[in-house]
Ligand binder design. Sequence first.
Ligand SMILES: C[S@@+](CC[C@H](N)C(=O)[O-])C[C@H]1O[C@@H](n2cnc3c(N)ncnc32)[C@H](O)[C@@H]1O
Length: 261
Amino acid sequence: MAAPTVLHRCSSSISSPATRQLRRRSFHVRFSDDRQALFSRIAPVYDNLNDVLSLGQHRVWKRMAVSWSGAKKGDRVLDICCGSGDLAFLLSEKVGIDGQVIGLDFSRKQLVVASSKQEQRSNPCYKNIEWLEGDALNLPFPDGHFNAITLGYGLRNVVDRERAVEEMLRVLRPGCKASILDFNKSMQPITALFQEWMIDNVVVPAATQYGLAEEYKYLKSSIQQYLTGKELELLALLSGFSDAKFYEIAGGLMGNLVARR
Ligand SMILES: C[S@@+](CC[C@H](N)C(=O)[O-])C[C@H]1O[C@@H](n2cnc3c(N)ncnc32)[C@H](O)[C@@H]1O
């Protein structure tokens, strides 16, 4: 189960005192090997598939998630389960060159994709991003470290959601927000049926073209086992967030929880 954690840095990594402290720190993580392997297999085609499957709309939903996080110029912010880095890049633009962004994921292959995108992109503010290999269930940061957190399509995938939410609460500053984007487990039968139809008839066939049918079949069951918007609000409140509001987006196919510490 356990694997050693390695800090992954790109050549343009940030170098604040806090980050240097993190680099020195050695820590152990516990995570699910099969999920990690799944996301590593998907990594080379993950961006392409997202564009194809959402007709590019995932970029709009991610912008909304970043906006809801409340991140602003100069902030230190965290994108958990960053994958190939879409949300981290958007956060980087929000906080600017004087801010700091950490993208954390337990799949080294996803981080390599994120890091190479960073090297290819010319926007100077992207120098404020550092990629870190680590576990969402055991965040390698001190309490109250971040002004905002995003988590895109990750809470549904972690093996212990309560723990992930508690960790987000811990590393957020009081008054700051976590913005959690994912598929919506809709209570509307029509929406739920449409979502399942899309997965069976669009997502899995498209993934099959990339040789990833099995990897994407898990999507339907993972949404069924996920939490509804109301349950997510309750989870955040029971974990200690002072306020939690869930927004349905994309006609109820997606949802975004905004929780304030
Ligand atoms: C569906 S991808 C989402 C990537 C990105 N946030 C996005 O929205 O495009 C889920 C990511 O969560 C990561 N992940 C799952 N469980 C994790 C954990 N316990 N700790 C760190 N990363 C995890 C996977 O490696 C994968 O990159």
